[in-house]
Design a protein around this ligand. Structure first.
Ligand SMILES: NC(=O)C1=CN([C@@H]2O[C@H](COP(=O)(O)OP(=O)(O)OC[C@H]3O[C@@H](n4cnc5c(N)ncnc54)[C@H](OP(=O)(O)O)[C@@H]3O)[C@@H](O)[C@H]2O)C=CC1
Ligand SMILES: O=C1O[C@H](COP(=O)(O)O)[C@@H](O)[C@H](O)[C@H]1O
Length: 507
């Protein structure tokens, strides 16, 4: 693919994510010198202003070699200004593309719609009418949100489907480009030890958690219309759920992987209101951090949820009776995304009591500091038979030297360039996800689900511990400290369990 065209190139995503990702690909030799990148948006700016804007978030450019590479990369970028709903702008864009094609003798086109959803359809139309090349490959990357509910998502899918073939449409969910999310299939399907216990016989519950420390900070206008369930849970966390829960696909082809994901989604009934907990952040306890409603971009009196927890049930032989609890929130105490698979209690254990042999947990930490660790009970070193909870730990930073984890957008843009669709969302996948969420989202939109206020910087609504306990999640009774190594010498030797000061096993 030789040509990448960014629609919405003046925006936040373009400057913070997509252009830095493109430069990352260029730096590592994944973008060939004949590639040209064309930005398109309504904002009038000259080329130097555009280059300044798209390079401001590109980091680590202080060595002469990287600096020179950045100059070469920027040489390949140009900008066209035009509107989204009239042919004139797209004709100007086409003119620029033709000019480049004469110069580089290349024809394929990758369009990236980094735009608000209100203009997806007019832009897809304008591109098809004016900039679609009949001679080469055309691909269209569509950003989220793909609709507001089942009906609007179908309207969008139908409109796009009338213009582009499914193999030309790349619905991006950037979580599918994250290193640890890409690792899920490998962990599950290459390790006998996990494959054999990945089911209702052994697993009690699965928790998938997304926590951000910051609030909406000026993005409230966009966020308020959607709320956290649409912004994060229905897409990012649900993609993770699908990968954790699906059966092994017949092959690694895009169609087989996505079909396996659709199959598991089909077995999930719609989420019910009584299994949803919502919250909105208020001021921090000390009054220094603002509430959601203090954000000027948020409509006065908004009831939009900035925190949501919900339980999902998968009615199939592998997962019947195992709740999947998804939790996501802004303005919380920590920044982290993790998957926590909690195994069942030991059965028929006449040797050790439950409080000395706590449940195993497999934790896949997506961010920050990628890690996979398995919490296990072992003997506390010393005289006696005391136990301690410890972990079999694969922290990427300590295991891999010169660790360089590519950004999610680097992974996905490269996939789109290569025509690899496995990590993009297929329309039937989207349809199933909306089917599961839409009834409760409509109740939430009508104000029929209560929203608790939680303090900025806290762990979320006060009922959260009770909520997760309802679905079988158990806090470890034994002490556990992460990431510090266990301080064996500080543990009371006579006690079977170390005094509780856990920071890891919290909700
Ligand atoms: N920012 C982020 O971190 C993330 C964003 N996304 C998704 O990516 C897409 C783009 O996001 P982002 O860059 O933040 O969005 P922006 O609000 O920055 O919008 C991108 C560009 O679209 C144009 N635009 C803005 N509002 C309108 C409007 N009402 N009508 C027509 N054009 C408009 C503006 O360009 P101009 O006026 O110059 O034409 C703007 O620079 C969205 O779909 C978003 O959901 C997904 C994940 C993360
Ligand atoms: O899509 C979105 O994701 C970001 C979180 O992405 P991450 O890669 O930083 O984890 C979230 O902040 C934003 O609200 C949402 O629209």
């Amino acid at each position: 693919m030789q040509r990448t065209i960014f629609l919405g190139a003046s925006g936040d995503l373009a400057k913070k994510k997509t252009f830095p990702a493109l430069f990352g690909l260029f730096l590592h030799g994944h973008i060939v010198p004949t590639t040209r990148i064309v930005g398109y948006a309504r904002t009038k700016m000259d080329r130097p202003d555009f280059l300044k804007r798209i390079s401001q978030y590109i980091k680590n450019t202080n060595t002469p070699k990287v600096k020179a590479m950045l100059d070469q990369f920027l040489d390949q970028c140009t900008y066209v200004s035009g509107v989204y709903d009239q042919d004139s702008g797209f004709q100007a864009l086409e003119h620029e593309l033709k000019r480049i094609e004469r110069e580089t003798k290349t024809i394929d086109r990758l369009f990236y719609m980094a735009l608000p959803p209100s203009v997806f359809i007019p832009v897809a139309n304008g591109l098809k009418k004016n900039c679609y090349t009949p001679k080469g490959v055309n691909r269209l990357i569509v950003e989220k949100p793909f609709g507001m509910d089942l009906e609007s998502s179908r309207v969008l899918s139908k409109a796009l489907g009338a213009l582009y073939r499914e193999d030309e449409i790349y619905r991006i969910d950037h979580y599918l480009g994250k290193e640890m999310v890409k690792n899920i299939m490998i962990l599950r399907f290459t390790n006998q030890i996990f494959g054999s216990c990945w089911n209702r016989e052994h697993i009690s519950n699965v928790q998938i958690t997304f926590k951000e420390k910051i609030g909406t900070e000026g993005r409230g206008g966009y966020f308020d219309e959607f709320g956290i369930m649409r912004d994060v849970m229905q897409n990012h966390l649900f993609q993770i759920l699908s990968l954790i829960a699906m059966e092994a696909p017949a092959s690694l082809s895009a169609e087989d992987v996505r079909s396996a994901k659709v199959d598991v989604l089909r077995a999930i009934p719609p989420v019910v209101e009584s299994e949803v907990l919502l919250g909105q952040y208020g001021k921090s306890e000390d009054g220094t951090l603002p509430s959601y409603l203090d954000d000027d971009t948020v409509p006065k009196g908004s009831k939009t949820a900035t925190f949501a927890a919900a339980a999902f049930h998968i009615d199939n032989p592998r997962w019947a009776g195992v709740p999947f609890v998804l939790k996501c929130g802004k303005a919380l105490d920590q920044q982290k995304v993790e998957i926590r698979i909690q195994f069942k209690d030991l059965t028929h254990n006449n040797l050790f009591q439950k409080d000395v042999a706590a449940r195993n947990e497999l934790v896949i930490r997506v961010q920050p500091e990628e890690a996979v660790y398995l919490k296990v009970t072992q003997k506390l070193p010393g005289l006696g038979m005391d136990t301690v909870m410890s972990e079999l730990d694969l922290s990427y930073a300590s295991r891999f030297t010169n660790l360089s984890v590519p950004d999610a957008y680097e992974n996905l843009i490269l996939d789109a360039v290569m025509g690899e669709q496995s990590n993009f969302v297929r329309s039937d996948e989207l349809d199933e996800a909306w089917r599961i969420f839409t009834p409760v989202l409509h109740k939430i939109d009508r104000g029929q689900v209560p929203v608790d206020i939680y303090p900025y910087g806290s762990r979320g609504p006060k009922n959260l511990p009770e909520f997760v306990a309802r679905f079988g999640f158990e806090r470890h009774l034994q002490a556990y400290s992460w990431p510090e190594t266990s301080q064996v010498s500080q543990t009371p030797a006579a006690s079977a369990s170390v005094a509780s000061s856990s920071s890891d096993s919290k909700l």
